[in-house]
Design a protein. Structure first.
Length: 77
């Protein structure tokens, strides 16, 4: 997947997870507006229920880290 700088997903502004505050290791954020070929999250599925809990002010501005979806699944089982 190649994301161009004008892509909606490139509105990411924060390198921190909106849930835990840790680094989200976002390649889109790190790219500083350059095209992105790969990010860890491109092949990841996120629970809808988790994404619905992202604070409104963080939606489209901060990516969830890799650990929070795993924690969410364990806590909701």
């Amino acid at each position: 997947m190649l994301l161009e700088p004008e892509s909606e997903i490139l509105k990411v502004l924060s390198g921190s997870c909106p849930f835990c505050g840790e680094s989200n290791a976002c390649a889109v954020n790190a790219s500083k507006g350059q095209p992105v070929l790969e990010c860890w999250c491109f092949r990841r599925t996120f629970p809808k229920e988790l994404l619905e809990q992202v604070p409104l002010e963080s939606r489209g501005c901060a990516c969830v880290c890799a650990a929070c979806p795993e924690r969410f699944v364990v806590e909701t089982e």
